[in-house]
Write a protein that binds this ligand. Structure first.
Ligand code: OSB
Ligand code: MG
Length: 386
């Protein structure tokens, strides 16, 4: 039996400018403050990525709050402990409520270290069964309908298997209608990021005319009840993103008819272990799932693609190519999209071997390091003594 002990964790801070501003109903985003987690163990390095934003817009977590939670509540419960299964890690944090993105960033680094230590790709370790996965792309709100049509045309040309349009009240029907009219046969969906209320039900039902595969998170970020009411008033399947933070949330949402499809994001769920639980539940419950994205760098992207290779992720995810986001990704080779609209599932053993370390190091503006000794004071003052 393999066992692994993380004896040091480094947090690498960098800022990555997006090639194009990403505009959602929250507003425009020009760059990401990325924190990478490097978990060092017995000669292997595992990598994870914090997907929290600078602002508490998508969820209440931010880069700053996640760093605080990692430093003061998560790392001392991990460092120096024997790991015989990466699934143990989440159980050491059960007394830390919420903060799933902080947990996921570290837990995913442990999964990657486990993959490296056991000499198997992350996809293999997670139980992936495919060598390539269909890739979708999430297209931000454009300045004009013409600009949107040009952007979508470029993505369709590149072969993306599904186009997701960010929508907001005001421009939604015209924009979605124009894209559907121009690209009659494509798999098309819309993501509202909670831009609507139940008072918009009749308006949202007008989207039924455009043959969308789903409408993602139309109502409040923390709601399932109103979504269930809405689901009875629109024909298009609803997909939940923000509202689903655990497999239990998914079970409850399905039970009341709040959604028919779920977007699985390891950051939102607290890591890969809970993502695997959601995956298994999705298969058992007949709920189609797909792997979402949070504008990840290559590190988070390789995790997401490995996860998407599992059989329960039956719909194309937001696992797009590196060049959809970055001029130069921090992995080499970058993720690319094949002519058939798929991205290859990485076979690399350990994400460390995929990182362009020179390019990464040139962008890092701060590195924080933690080991069991440096966290002794944190451990001593932990409320529960652990
Ligand atoms: O709602 O799925 C979302 C990006 C950041 C935060 C939330 C979301 C998104 C995306 C982009 O839609 C997905 C991606 O391409 O990474
Ligand atoms: Mg979404």
């Amino acid at each position: 039996m393999t066992s692994l002990c993380i004896d040091r964790v480094d947090l690498l801070h960098l800022t990555m400018g997006l090639r194009h501003p990403f505009v959602t109903s929250f507003g425009p985003q020009h760059e990401r403050d990325v924190v990478l987690v490097r978990a060092r163990a017995d000669g292997v390095d595992g990598w994870g990525e914090l997907v929290a934003g600078r602002d508490p817009a998508y969820s209440e977590e931010t880069v700053a709050t996640a760093l605080t939670i990692m430093r003061d509540h998560l790392l001392h419960r991990l460092l120096g402990r024997d790991i015989t299964d990466p699934r143990q890690v989440a159980t050491w944090w059960t007394k830390v409520r919420g903060n799933p993105m902080a947990k996921a960033a570290i837990e995913m680094a442990v999964w990657d270290a486990w993959s490296a230590a056991t000499g198997r790709s992350l996809a293999t370790v997670l139980g992936g069964t495919r060598t390539a996965v269909p890739a979708g792309v999430s297209v931000g709100i454009a300045d004009s309908t013409g600009a949107l049509l040009d952007r979508v045309a470029a993505f369709v040309e590149q072969g993306y298997a599904r186009i997701k349009l960010k929508i907001a009240p005001g421009t939604d029907l015209e924009r979605v209608g124009a894209v559907r009219e121009r690209f009659a046969g494509i798999a098309l969906m819309a993501d509202a990021n909670s831009a609507y209320t139940l008072a918009d039900a009749d308006h949202l039902a007008e989207l039924d005319a455009f043959d969308l595969t789903m409408i993602e998170q139309p109502l409040a970020h923390d709601d399932i009840i109103d979504h269930a009411t809405l689901a009875a008033r629109v024909a298009t399947p609803l997909c939940l993103d923000e509202s689903i933070r655990s497999t239990d949330d998914a079970r409850r949402a399905l039970q009341i008819g709040a959604c028919r499809i779920i977007n699985c994001k390891p950051g939102r769920l607290g890591g890969l272990t809970e993502s695997l639980a959601l995956h298994d539940w999705g298969i058992a419950s007949g709920v189609p799932l797909w792997v979402g994205g949070m504008l990840e760098s290559g590190v988070g992207r390789l995790h997401n693609i490995a996860l998407a290779s599992l059989p329960g992720f039956t719909l194309p995810g937001d696992t797009s190519a590196s060049d959809r986001y970055w001029e130069a990704d921090i992995i080499d080779p970058p993720v690319t999209i094949a002519a058939d609209g798929t991205v290859a599932v990485p076979t690399v053993v350990g994400i460390d071997a995929a990182i362009d370390h020179e390019r990464l190091q040139a962008r890092v503006h701060l590195t924080e390091s933690f080991d069991a000794a440096s966290l002794a004071a944190v451990r001593a003052t932990a409320g529960d003594g652990t």
